[in-house]
Ligand binder design. Structure first.
Ligand SMILES: NC(=O)C1=CN([C@@H]2O[C@H](COP(=O)(O)OP(=O)(O)OC[C@H]3O[C@@H](n4cnc5c(N)ncnc54)[C@H](O)[C@@H]3O)[C@@H](O)[C@H]2O)C=CC1
Ligand SMILES: O=C(O)CCC(=O)C(=O)O
Length: 545
């Protein structure tokens, strides 16, 4: 948390009842001790009530709602520029906030694909770089027939705020290819991915220092292998760091242990943090701890399934899974690893899973403690938010809750762990993979032998000292120490690094919620922590040539 918050809030505190859910703050809310007020841009004023807003407008709205709360602190922060007049400082704040909220650049492409049948399809695809305040930009590539420019812009802007929230030093970007991958053969998907990569490379939209994609909805290590191979063999062939042009690669191709499960593991870590926080558990009416808790998961792909695995491991009963074309439930609990294996063999479908019963469309709204939404955007809307009975909602997906629904959930005292915090585990481990690629060596590889030898020498030395002192004892390592004698493995570093980063981010967001009197509204708190960090970067680096 930045130093700038506390002092500023003391001097210019927004009216408490109005900032509990900033999403509902009227455009001209009165401020204590200040005549200043930040207006939500005109094109967004109705977004807070809209049933189904455009996705990018939705993210813009959340951003500007958070700015309404934090802007006085930002103004005060610039008081340190004593050489500037007040007018210049206010202009600078307004300028930085405008830049931070806008999309830096987008490319849209169309290219032909000859189908197996001989027919031609024209494939539409996009890459958006929302923010370049840090480089490279970072964000996944999604394959879906719902992909359009608005969606990719929204996802890219979420990446900007997500990276900042978790202190991952990247700008925000995202890519999308408008196809339903189920309708293409593997060979066709490979040709689409390679052509898309080539177009990105030609337009300077990919590269270790420029923009680094990763997996997202409907893509995985397989597609990332095609991306890196295409780049290395074409425009990136002279680039020593070419392997760092994409993350989420299989281990053999320069990937890192733990990226596959990282997003779900990170979702679990955020739930773990808040479920052990008495203050937030009091607010949402849950007893602290995992004991006796139940969960329902919507979307059992990469993110949802691994979230389930970690929740299950910690004693949470997964009583329902909502999947594409098949909702399943079991009040005694579903074993996520078993379901994953079943879906792997069953064309990724949960239909017919023998250890659960088919359930109705309303499964997501059944009573449970934790609802994990891990499928896609705009799932919790104004007309179904009231039906949610869970006490906690973990946003594994990007943008699952629209602003009007967010207000309803806050009013119902449901603790929502917002996307930009909740699903940051993926980009965090992508960052570790990126560093591994730039280092050209895996974590721990150079030091393993040194640590094993030096710890063995340490044990020998203790043994000799005991012998010299006539103590008859055999010195041997405990099981725990034996596993650490060779120093940290890549797996260890990724696991502990991820835990440190996620816990830190949760603590910062929890602190911002308290500092700004936001009650249960972690979304506004998360945007505020991101805005503060990006603001400082722009202030230090400058924002215009
Ligand atoms: N893969 C990653 O590392 C990250 C993914 N995310 C977000 O998480 C969400 C899910 O992504 P992944 O798990 O990677 O995708 P995925 O493609 O592995 O899984 C998505 C799952 O959701 C299911 N699904 C789709 N529509 C559904 C619906 N209407 N109802 C129920 N289930 C539905 C699909 O059948 C599939 O099993 C997306 O919003 C993505 O942007 C966020 C951060 C990182
Ligand atoms: O791993 C990454 O770089 C980005 C993952 C992603 O697309 C996301 O967090 O939404």
């Amino acid at each position: 948390m930045l130093r700038l918050c506390k002092s500023a809030v003391k001097t210019v505190a927004p009216v408490r009842s109005q900032i509990r859910s900033p999403v509902r703050v009227p455009a001209r809310a009165p401020m204590l001790m200040s005549v200043r007020h930040y207006d939500i841009p005109k094109h967004l004023t109705k977004i807070g009530e809209e049933a189904n807003p455009d996705f990018f407008r939705m993210v813009e709205f959340f951003y500007h709602s958070a700015v309404q709360v934090v802007e006085p602190s930002l103004v005060e922060y610039l008081n340190k520029h004593t050489h500037m007049s007040e007018k210049k400082r206010l202009q600078r704040v307004a300028g930085i906030l405008k830049v931070m909220g806008s999309c830096n650049s987008c490319i849209q492409m169309e290219f032909p694909l000859q189908r197996k049948s001989g027919d031609y399809d024209i494939i539409q695809a996009y890459r958006v770089q929302h923010s370049v305040h840090r480089l490279p930009c970072k964000g996944g590539i999604r394959f879906s027939d719902e992909v359009n420019l608005d969606e990719v812009k929204a996802l890219a802007s979420l990446m900007t705020f997500k990276c900042a929230c978790s202190n991952i030093p990247f700008g925000g970007s995202k890519g999308g290819v408008s196809i339903d991958p189920r309708k293409y053969t593997v060979a066709e998907l490979q040709r689409i991915t390679r052509r898309y990569t080539l177009e990105l490379a030609k337009k300077n939209y990919i590269g270790a220092g420029i923009d680094v994609p990763a997996p997202d909805f409907n893509t995985s290590g397989r597609e990332m292998s095609w991306v890196v191979d295409t780049y290395i063999k074409t425009l990136g062939y002279q680039d020593l760091n070419a392997a760092a042009c994409v993350t989420g690669k299989p281990i053999n191709g320069g990937g890192i242990h733990g990226r596959v499960e990282a997003t779900g593991r990170g979702v679990f870590m955020t739930i773990e943090y808040f479920i052990h926080d008495e203050h937030f558990m009091n607010l949402c009416g849950l007893s602290p701890g995992f004991k006796g808790k139940t969960a329902i998961i919507q979307g059992f792909g990469n993110v949802g399934s691994y979230t389930g695995v970690y929740l299950h491991k910690h004693g949470v009963k997964i009583i329902g899974v909502c999947e594409y074309g098949a909702n399943i439930a079991n009040p005694d609990g579903i074993n996520p690893t078993d379901l994953m294996k079943y879906m792997e063999k069953n064309k990724k479908s949960a239909k017919g899973y023998p250890a659960a019963q088919p359930a109705g469309e309303d499964l997501m709204y059944q009573k449970c403690d934790i609802l994990v939404v891990a499928a896609k955007e705009k799932v919790i809307l104004a007309d179904n938010a009231d039906k949610v009975q869970a006490k906690m909602v973990a946003e594994g997906a990007n943008g699952p809750t629209v602003p009007s629904a967010h207000s309803i959930l806050v009013k119902k005292n449901i603790l929502v762990i917002p996307d930009l915090l909740c699903n940051a585990g993926g980009v965090t481990v992508s960052y570790f993979e990126f560093l591994k690629n730039l280092n050209h060596v895996s974590f721990g590889k150079l030091s393993i032998k040194f640590w094993r030898d030096s710890n063995t020498a340490l044990l020998d030395s203790v043994q000799k000292s005991l012998k010299n002192a006539n103590v008859d004892a055999k010195v041997s390592p405990t099981k725990e120490f034996a596993s650490m004698m060779s120093g940290a493995s890549e797996k260890h570093i990724v696991g502990t690094g991820l835990e440190f980063s996620m816990t830190n981010a949760c603590a910062n967001v929890a602190a911002a919620a308290k500092t700004h009197n936001l009650g249960i509204d972690l979304r506004t708190a998360a945007y505020i922590t991101s805005i503060e960090k990006i603001f400082v970067t722009y202030d230090e680096h400058g924002l215009a040539f």
